[in-house]
Design a binder for this molecule. Structure first.
Ligand code: SF4
Ligand code: SF4
Length: 404
């Protein structure tokens, strides 16, 4: 694991105590139990857990990264928090709840080994919720659990007959698209084929590690990072870029691996990893983006995930969708949705997560559209839960506009 000293940008030394991060931290605004990014990140990392109740406050950080976005000195505040959380759990036990939330990929992979595994996994989580078992272990009873798809993206991808093109990209589906929302991956393949790219999927990729990092399993996250980094290097050495449709996955592969860990290849790989929208927008800038849309029109509202905004690549989906004739997309521009990966699934964080999302929920409810667009799978879950309005990935809207 990288240390704070080995990641100089992440050290507290760059903090000028300007307090910008405090004003933009959505959790600080929602609860007084959190001391806020400046004290928990830079200040507490200096003190190295000298205060006995340090983790009690740090526990409230959702890793949404709004502090990183606002810091004028470039301090990776959220990464300081996650490094400290990882350090804490080297000498403290995890809750069963955190173990479950961090290891979704392993559990569903085991379940899929038996016939109707996804059905039984969904049944188990429904029963757990209805009988109060999930609440008993600290999982929010009001929060709908993500449903597993009957066939994973990988299972469906194997059956797709693609046209072969000299240009190829490697798709990193990530756990949520692979296990819960394979339609996004299928739409991605259709859009890339329309743009004369063949899609490669390497079945050896593992979870990017984001759920492990936020629950303090840093060593396991590093093991995943090493596997993915070696695979990314294998493909990029052949000239193939790596694309993801999940903004938390792309953030891990591009940026967080290099902030959290220290082994060869991390910085080099980052240059070849793209958010799908970012890559397609580059195609447009090269006059290579196919604009033959068969299905026009529609009205949507767009939510930019925090993990996209922190990447500093603008809002590529908004720019791409503006190319579809008669398609109206309003930018909600209402901050964090509140769920932050598995944070909003915790019983003691549920109300905070819903409080953080209020401004976005209100904006969506007041808009005249019946569909929200957002790149992040858990943002889409939170939006549907908080508003009752359907949420889709921008690549699904593009695929529908092509009518492929
Ligand atoms: S990552 Fe989000 S919750 Fe954590 S300190 Fe930063 S802004 Fe606050
Ligand atoms: S915004 Fe950056 S420099 Fe300002 S207090 Fe927060 S961490 Fe320190």
């Amino acid at each position: 694991m990288g240390t704070l000293e080995e990641n100089p940008k992440g050290t507290a030394d760059y903090c000028t105590a300007c307090t910008s991060c405090i004003t933009t931290c959505p959790v600080s605004a929602a609860t007084s139990k959190f001391r806020g990014p400046k004290l928990v990140g830079p200040a507490q990392s200096r003190m190295n857990f000298a205060e006995p109740d340090a983790e009690a406050s740090l526990e409230y950080c959702s890793n949404c990264k709004n502090c990183d976005i606002s810091c004028p000195s470039g301090v990776a505040v959220s990464t300081l928090n996650m490094l400290q959380r990882g350090e804490y759990y080297r000498s403290h036990s995890h809750l069963l709840r955190d173990h479950i939330l961090a290891h979704g990929e392993k559990m569903i992979k085991m379940a899929r080994k038996i016939p109707f595994g996804s059905f039984f996994a969904n049944l188990g989580s429904d029963l757990g919720r209805k009988t109060g078992m999930l609440k008993l272990i600290g999982i929010a009873s009001k929060r709908p659990m993500p449903k597993y798809a009957s066939k994973s993206f990988l299972q469906q991808f194997r059956a797709i007959k693609q046209k072969s093109y000299p240009d190829k990209v490697v798709f990193f589906p990530g756990c949520y698209i692979n296990e819960n929302d394979p339609d996004v991956g299928i739409a991605f393949v259709k859009v890339m084929q329309k743009n004369q790219y063949e899609v490669i999927v390497d079945e050896n990729f593992v979870c990017c590690g984001s759920p492990l990092v936020v629950t303090g399993y840093l060593d396991e996250a590093e093991a995943n990072a090493r596997i993915n980094t070696a695979l990314i290097r294998k493909w990029t050495e052949q000239g193939y870029p790596i694309l993801t449709c999940c903004t938390s996955c792309s953030l891990m592969l591009k940026q967080e691996y290099a902030e959290l860990f220290d082994f060869p290849g991390l910085h080099e790989n980052a240059k070849f990893v793209y958010d799908a929208g970012e890559f397609l927008l580059e195609l447009h800038e090269k006059n290579r983006f196919d604009q033959h849309f068969n299905h026009e029109g529609g009205s949507y509202i767009y939510h930019a995930p925090c993990h996209l905004r922190v990447q500093g690549i603008g809002l590529p989906a908004l720019e791409l969708l503006s190319l579809v004739p008669n398609l109206v997309v309003e930018n909600a521009d209402a901050g964090c949705c509140g769920i932050s990966g598995n944070y909003g699934f915790k019983e003691d964080k549920y109300e905070i997560s819903m409080q953080v999302g209020q401004e976005l929920f209100q904006k969506i409810k007041e808009s005249s559209t019946d569909t929200v667009i957002s790149e992040c799978g858990t943002c889409r879950m939170q939006i549907e839960h908080g508003t009752g309005v359907k949420a889709v990935h921008p690549i699904e809207v593009l695929s529908a506009a092509y009518d492929v």
